[in-house]
Design a protein. Structure first.
Length: 294
Protein backbone atom coordinates (compact mmCIF):
# COMPACT_ATOMS: atom_id res chain seq x y z
CA UNK A 1 0.00 0.00 0.00
CA UNK A 2 1.26 3.45 -0.93
CA UNK A 3 1.37 6.56 1.24
CA UNK A 4 -2.03 7.40 -0.18
CA UNK A 5 -3.67 4.27 1.19
CA UNK A 6 -5.31 2.13 -1.50
CA UNK A 7 -4.45 4.57 -4.30
CA UNK A 8 -1.32 3.76 -6.26
CA UNK A 9 0.34 6.95 -7.41
CA UNK A 10 1.45 7.02 -11.02
CA UNK A 11 5.12 7.27 -11.82
CA UNK A 12 6.39 10.75 -12.56
CA UNK A 13 7.96 10.84 -16.00
CA UNK A 14 8.03 14.05 -18.00
CA UNK A 15 4.44 15.26 -18.41
CA UNK A 16 2.62 14.21 -21.55
CA UNK A 17 1.51 16.73 -24.11
CA UNK A 18 -1.71 18.33 -22.95
CA UNK A 19 -4.61 16.32 -24.27
CA UNK A 20 -7.65 17.80 -22.55
CA UNK A 21 -9.53 20.94 -23.55
CA UNK A 22 -11.79 21.70 -20.61
CA UNK A 23 -12.92 25.10 -22.00
CA UNK A 24 -14.23 23.44 -25.17
CA UNK A 25 -15.92 20.69 -23.18
CA UNK A 26 -17.69 23.20 -20.93
CA UNK A 27 -18.68 25.28 -23.97
CA UNK A 28 -20.24 22.13 -25.40
CA UNK A 29 -22.19 21.58 -22.18
CA UNK A 30 -23.43 25.18 -22.10
CA UNK A 31 -24.62 24.94 -25.70
CA UNK A 32 -26.37 21.65 -24.95
CA UNK A 33 -27.87 23.17 -21.78
CA UNK A 34 -26.32 20.35 -19.78
CA UNK A 35 -24.66 20.35 -16.35
CA UNK A 36 -21.74 18.90 -14.45
CA UNK A 37 -21.43 18.38 -10.71
CA UNK A 38 -18.29 19.53 -8.90
CA UNK A 39 -17.43 17.40 -5.86
CA UNK A 40 -16.83 19.83 -2.96
CA UNK A 41 -13.46 19.13 -1.31
CA UNK A 42 -13.01 16.25 -3.71
CA UNK A 43 -15.61 13.90 -2.30
CA UNK A 44 -18.90 12.55 -3.61
CA UNK A 45 -20.37 12.34 -0.09
CA UNK A 46 -19.68 14.40 3.05
CA UNK A 47 -18.94 11.24 5.07
CA UNK A 48 -15.77 10.64 3.04
CA UNK A 49 -12.38 12.15 4.00
CA UNK A 50 -11.79 15.45 2.24
CA UNK A 51 -8.98 16.48 -0.08
CA UNK A 52 -7.48 13.03 -0.53
CA UNK A 53 -6.75 10.68 -3.39
CA UNK A 54 -9.06 7.87 -2.23
CA UNK A 55 -12.05 10.22 -2.18
CA UNK A 56 -11.12 11.61 -5.58
CA UNK A 57 -10.97 8.06 -6.90
CA UNK A 58 -14.30 7.18 -5.26
CA UNK A 59 -15.88 10.27 -6.83
CA UNK A 60 -14.47 9.30 -10.22
CA UNK A 61 -15.79 5.75 -9.82
CA UNK A 62 -19.22 7.23 -9.01
CA UNK A 63 -19.27 9.11 -12.31
CA UNK A 64 -18.01 12.51 -11.10
CA UNK A 65 -15.66 14.15 -13.57
CA UNK A 66 -14.94 17.49 -11.83
CA UNK A 67 -13.56 17.68 -8.29
CA UNK A 68 -12.90 20.82 -6.24
CA UNK A 69 -9.92 20.63 -3.89
CA UNK A 70 -8.14 23.09 -1.60
CA UNK A 71 -4.51 24.02 -2.22
CA UNK A 72 -2.33 25.25 0.67
CA UNK A 73 1.38 25.62 1.39
CA UNK A 74 3.54 23.99 4.07
CA UNK A 75 6.19 25.88 6.01
CA UNK A 76 8.86 24.59 3.64
CA UNK A 77 6.96 25.63 0.53
CA UNK A 78 5.27 22.41 -0.60
CA UNK A 79 1.82 22.69 -2.23
CA UNK A 80 -0.62 20.24 -0.63
CA UNK A 81 -4.35 19.56 -0.50
CA UNK A 82 -5.65 20.94 2.81
CA UNK A 83 -8.54 23.23 3.68
CA UNK A 84 -7.68 24.46 7.19
CA UNK A 85 -4.76 26.57 8.35
CA UNK A 86 -4.15 23.97 11.09
CA UNK A 87 -3.85 20.18 11.04
CA UNK A 88 -6.02 19.02 13.91
CA UNK A 89 -9.45 18.69 12.27
CA UNK A 90 -8.47 16.62 9.24
CA UNK A 91 -5.22 14.90 10.25
CA UNK A 92 -3.59 13.24 13.25
CA UNK A 93 -0.99 16.01 13.27
CA UNK A 94 -0.82 19.23 15.26
CA UNK A 95 0.11 22.80 14.54
CA UNK A 96 -0.25 25.41 11.85
CA UNK A 97 0.42 24.27 8.31
CA UNK A 98 2.75 27.18 7.60
CA UNK A 99 5.03 26.11 10.47
CA UNK A 100 5.48 22.42 9.56
CA UNK A 101 7.40 20.58 6.86
CA UNK A 102 6.07 18.32 4.17
CA UNK A 103 7.96 15.43 5.78
CA UNK A 104 6.08 15.98 9.05
CA UNK A 105 2.75 16.27 7.22
CA UNK A 106 3.42 13.00 5.43
CA UNK A 107 3.99 11.33 8.81
CA UNK A 108 0.41 12.22 9.82
CA UNK A 109 -2.67 10.29 8.83
CA UNK A 110 -5.83 11.82 7.48
CA UNK A 111 -9.07 11.70 9.45
CA UNK A 112 -12.59 11.14 8.19
CA UNK A 113 -15.33 13.63 9.18
CA UNK A 114 -16.00 11.62 12.37
CA UNK A 115 -12.41 12.05 13.50
CA UNK A 116 -11.31 8.50 12.74
CA UNK A 117 -7.79 8.12 11.32
CA UNK A 118 -7.60 6.51 7.89
CA UNK A 119 -4.70 4.78 6.16
CA UNK A 120 -3.84 7.75 3.97
CA UNK A 121 -1.83 10.95 4.09
CA UNK A 122 -2.35 14.47 2.76
CA UNK A 123 -1.46 14.45 -0.95
CA UNK A 124 0.69 17.05 -2.63
CA UNK A 125 -0.80 19.09 -5.44
CA UNK A 126 1.58 17.36 -7.84
CA UNK A 127 0.24 13.95 -6.75
CA UNK A 128 -3.35 15.09 -7.27
CA UNK A 129 -2.56 16.55 -10.69
CA UNK A 130 -0.77 13.35 -11.71
CA UNK A 131 -3.80 11.33 -10.61
CA UNK A 132 -6.12 13.61 -12.62
CA UNK A 133 -3.89 13.41 -15.68
CA UNK A 134 -3.99 9.61 -15.49
CA UNK A 135 -7.76 9.29 -15.00
CA UNK A 136 -8.86 12.25 -17.13
CA UNK A 137 -10.58 14.02 -14.24
CA UNK A 138 -10.77 17.82 -14.12
CA UNK A 139 -9.67 19.55 -10.93
CA UNK A 140 -10.99 22.82 -9.56
CA UNK A 141 -8.23 24.34 -7.41
CA UNK A 142 -9.41 26.53 -4.53
CA UNK A 143 -6.19 28.32 -3.62
CA UNK A 144 -5.97 29.26 0.06
CA UNK A 145 -5.07 32.88 0.99
CA UNK A 146 -1.50 32.12 2.14
CA UNK A 147 -0.66 30.30 -1.09
CA UNK A 148 0.79 32.14 -4.09
CA UNK A 149 -1.15 31.83 -7.33
CA UNK A 150 2.14 31.94 -9.23
CA UNK A 151 3.30 28.76 -7.48
CA UNK A 152 0.03 26.97 -8.25
CA UNK A 153 0.13 27.94 -11.93
CA UNK A 154 3.74 26.74 -12.21
CA UNK A 155 2.76 23.40 -10.65
CA UNK A 156 -0.13 23.02 -13.10
CA UNK A 157 2.15 23.81 -16.03
CA UNK A 158 4.82 21.41 -14.79
CA UNK A 159 2.28 18.57 -14.90
CA UNK A 160 0.96 19.60 -18.34
CA UNK A 161 -2.48 20.26 -16.87
CA UNK A 162 -3.37 23.78 -18.02
CA UNK A 163 -6.21 22.38 -20.13
CA UNK A 164 -7.64 20.24 -17.34
CA UNK A 165 -8.00 22.57 -14.35
CA UNK A 166 -10.11 25.45 -13.09
CA UNK A 167 -8.33 27.86 -10.73
CA UNK A 168 -10.63 29.55 -8.20
CA UNK A 169 -10.17 33.24 -7.52
CA UNK A 170 -12.23 35.61 -5.38
CA UNK A 171 -11.56 38.99 -6.99
CA UNK A 172 -11.56 40.22 -10.57
CA UNK A 173 -7.99 41.45 -10.10
CA UNK A 174 -6.88 37.95 -9.05
CA UNK A 175 -8.64 36.45 -12.06
CA UNK A 176 -6.75 38.85 -14.34
CA UNK A 177 -3.46 37.96 -12.64
CA UNK A 178 -3.95 34.22 -13.20
CA UNK A 179 -5.13 34.80 -16.78
CA UNK A 180 -1.92 36.65 -17.54
CA UNK A 181 0.16 33.88 -15.97
CA UNK A 182 -1.49 31.25 -18.16
CA UNK A 183 -4.25 32.20 -20.64
CA UNK A 184 -5.05 28.52 -21.21
CA UNK A 185 -6.47 27.71 -17.78
CA UNK A 186 -10.12 28.08 -16.85
CA UNK A 187 -10.66 30.56 -14.02
CA UNK A 188 -13.59 30.80 -11.62
CA UNK A 189 -14.36 34.17 -10.07
CA UNK A 190 -17.48 35.79 -8.54
CA UNK A 191 -19.62 37.53 -11.15
CA UNK A 192 -22.46 39.64 -9.79
CA UNK A 193 -23.59 41.29 -13.02
CA UNK A 194 -22.67 41.63 -16.69
CA UNK A 195 -20.72 44.74 -15.67
CA UNK A 196 -18.16 42.40 -14.08
CA UNK A 197 -17.87 40.50 -17.36
CA UNK A 198 -17.35 43.67 -19.33
CA UNK A 199 -14.74 44.90 -16.86
CA UNK A 200 -12.74 41.69 -17.42
CA UNK A 201 -13.18 41.84 -21.17
CA UNK A 202 -11.95 45.45 -21.33
CA UNK A 203 -8.79 44.37 -19.54
CA UNK A 204 -8.10 41.63 -22.07
CA UNK A 205 -9.62 38.59 -20.36
CA UNK A 206 -10.67 35.85 -22.77
CA UNK A 207 -14.23 35.11 -21.58
CA UNK A 208 -14.04 31.58 -23.01
CA UNK A 209 -11.72 30.85 -20.06
CA UNK A 210 -14.19 32.13 -17.43
CA UNK A 211 -16.46 30.25 -15.03
CA UNK A 212 -18.84 32.74 -13.40
CA UNK A 213 -19.32 31.89 -9.73
CA UNK A 214 -22.83 33.05 -8.74
CA UNK A 215 -23.06 32.09 -5.07
CA UNK A 216 -24.71 29.45 -2.89
CA UNK A 217 -27.86 30.98 -1.47
CA UNK A 218 -30.19 32.55 -4.02
CA UNK A 219 -30.63 31.14 -7.55
CA UNK A 220 -30.33 33.91 -10.14
CA UNK A 221 -31.81 32.74 -13.48
CA UNK A 222 -31.73 36.24 -14.97
CA UNK A 223 -27.97 36.48 -14.43
CA UNK A 224 -27.47 32.94 -15.71
CA UNK A 225 -29.36 33.84 -18.88
CA UNK A 226 -27.23 36.94 -19.39
CA UNK A 227 -24.03 34.95 -18.88
CA UNK A 228 -25.13 32.43 -21.49
CA UNK A 229 -25.50 35.24 -24.05
CA UNK A 230 -21.84 36.14 -23.46
CA UNK A 231 -20.76 32.52 -23.88
CA UNK A 232 -19.86 32.15 -20.19
CA UNK A 233 -20.69 29.13 -18.01
CA UNK A 234 -22.46 29.82 -14.70
CA UNK A 235 -21.49 27.97 -11.52
CA UNK A 236 -23.73 27.76 -8.47
CA UNK A 237 -23.12 26.04 -5.13
CA UNK A 238 -25.50 23.82 -3.20
CA UNK A 239 -22.82 22.87 -0.64
CA UNK A 240 -22.18 24.42 2.77
CA UNK A 241 -23.08 23.93 6.41
CA UNK A 242 -25.13 20.86 7.29
CA UNK A 243 -28.89 21.49 7.45
CA UNK A 244 -28.43 24.92 5.92
CA UNK A 245 -27.03 23.96 2.52
CA UNK A 246 -29.30 23.56 -0.46
CA UNK A 247 -28.08 19.97 -0.83
CA UNK A 248 -29.92 19.01 2.34
CA UNK A 249 -33.07 20.88 1.31
CA UNK A 250 -33.04 19.21 -2.10
CA UNK A 251 -32.72 15.71 -0.62
CA UNK A 252 -35.16 15.98 2.28
CA UNK A 253 -38.21 14.84 0.30
CA UNK A 254 -36.38 12.06 -1.54
CA UNK A 255 -36.83 13.81 -4.90
CA UNK A 256 -33.78 15.97 -5.64
CA UNK A 257 -35.13 17.21 -8.98
CA UNK A 258 -34.06 20.73 -7.98
CA UNK A 259 -30.57 19.96 -9.34
CA UNK A 260 -32.07 19.52 -12.80
CA UNK A 261 -34.06 22.72 -12.31
CA UNK A 262 -30.82 24.65 -11.77
CA UNK A 263 -29.40 23.34 -15.02
CA UNK A 264 -32.61 24.11 -16.91
CA UNK A 265 -32.43 27.66 -15.54
CA UNK A 266 -28.91 28.13 -16.90
CA UNK A 267 -26.34 26.66 -14.49
CA UNK A 268 -23.54 24.57 -16.02
CA UNK A 269 -21.45 23.73 -12.92
CA UNK A 270 -23.21 22.65 -9.69
CA UNK A 271 -20.81 22.61 -6.71
CA UNK A 272 -22.23 20.04 -4.31
CA UNK A 273 -21.57 18.04 -1.15
CA UNK A 274 -23.83 15.37 -2.71
CA UNK A 275 -22.10 15.33 -6.07
CA UNK A 276 -23.02 11.72 -6.86
CA UNK A 277 -26.73 12.47 -6.47
CA UNK A 278 -26.47 15.79 -8.28
CA UNK A 279 -24.67 14.23 -11.26
CA UNK A 280 -27.15 11.38 -11.53
CA UNK A 281 -30.06 13.84 -11.54
CA UNK A 282 -28.61 16.22 -14.12
CA UNK A 283 -27.20 13.46 -16.31
CA UNK A 284 -23.78 12.54 -17.65
CA UNK A 285 -23.48 14.73 -20.74
CA UNK A 286 -19.89 15.62 -19.95
CA UNK A 287 -18.64 12.34 -21.40
CA UNK A 288 -20.41 13.08 -24.71
CA UNK A 289 -18.92 16.56 -24.81
CA UNK A 290 -15.46 15.22 -24.07
CA UNK A 291 -15.76 12.77 -26.97
CA UNK A 292 -17.08 15.53 -29.24
CA UNK A 293 -14.15 17.85 -28.51
CA UNK A 294 -11.28 15.34 -28.71
Amino acid sequence: MSEAGSITLPASPAPEAERSDLPAQLDCMRVRKAGIASAHRGRAWPADPENCLSSLQAAWDAGIRLMEVDVATTGDGALVLLHDDTLERTTTGHGALNTITLAYLKSCRLKDPHGNAVDETVPTLAEALAWARTTGAALQLDVKPRTRMDDVVRAVQAEGMSGQVIIVTYRLSSAMHVHRLDPRVMISTPIRSTADLLALKRRGFDLSRLIAWTGTSEPNPSLWSALRKYGVEAAFGTSGRARRRLDDRFLVDGNPSEYADLVRQGVTVVASDRAEVAQDVIGHSFEKCREATQ
